[in-house]
Write a protein that binds this ligand. Structure first.
Ligand code: 6GU
Length: 237
């Protein structure tokens, strides 16, 4: 997969050198470049923003540098991703869909956002998706790009050593995962549930499913409701 990130703070994306994302880049699974938006400015102050039409506080990013960045980096197979608190919720399903794309380009807005015409112009030429991490506001899209790329990269073939990890994890099947334990069997007076040490894989699988559903009901009733809407004939409890 090819990924381009455009930002006025390229240093913010430094963690993309580390750990498993760094490894995916070294191995060639992920071909990633971070670009400074200001390279597409032409005035001495390298201006990227201006006051909003219609008034109001803050500044809006001007369309010209973004237009040139898109001209330089994007093609018809590009999926332009715009992190924004006004976007559609980013979920594991979104991550799975993005993992299938050939080329992702992230446009990191700052201030009060990017001039709407950038997206309208791009949308006539490529796929454009605004995504939000949740119902709160960040300074800009950079941290959201770290989040989205981490969620997507771990789904790329060959990145996780054990592909089975993808099957049991939280959100793989719409519920949270069951609690996990390792050695020692007793720690500070707390014991690992006996059933996990029984060796009975059928009972263990059923126990984990129960725990997962109990946890999900307690913490995320919205997920249980969605599960019942999608599969009403199963998992009534
Ligand atoms: Cl994706 N971007 C910004 N700037 N703020 C957010 C967000 C994204 N998701 C939640 N808040």
């Amino acid at each position: 997969m090819r990924v381009d990130v455009v930002t006025i703070f390229p240093e913010y994306l430094a963690p993309l050198e580390l750990s498993l994302i760094g490894k995916a880049r070294t191995s060639g699974t992920l071909e990633l470049a971070v670009h400074d938006l200001r390279q597409w400015t032409h005035d001495v102050h390298r201006t990227v923003d201006d006051t909003p039409y219609g008034g109001g506080p803050g500044m809006v990013m001007r369309p010209e540098p973004w237009g040139q960045a898109l001209d330089a980096l994007a093609g018809p197979d590009t999926h332009l991703i715009v992190p924004s608190p006004a976007g559609a919720p980013f979920t594991q399903a979104t991550a799975r869909a993005l993992a299938e794309d050939e080329h992702l380009m992230f446009a990191c807005g700052r201030y009060e956002g990017i001039d709407q015409r950038v997206f309208d112009h791009a949308a006539a030429r490529m796929r454009v998706s605004e995504v939000s991490l949740g119902d709160y506001v960040l300074f800009g899209g950079e941290v959201a790009v770290l989040v989205v790329l981490e969620a997507v990269t771990r789904l790329l073939p060959g990145v996780l050593g054990n592909a089975n990890s993808l099957l049991d994890e939280s959100h793989a099947d719409g519920v949270l995962e069951a609690p996990m334990y390792t050695k020692p069997p007793s720690w500070r007076g707390l014991d690992v549930p006996e059933i996990l040490r029984s060796g009975d894989h059928g009972r263990i699988a059923r126990w984990r499913r129960e725990q997962a559903l109990e946890r999900t009901a307690a913490r995320r009733p919205d997920l249980i409701a969605a599960l019942e809407r999608s599969r009403p004939e199963r998992e009534a409890s």
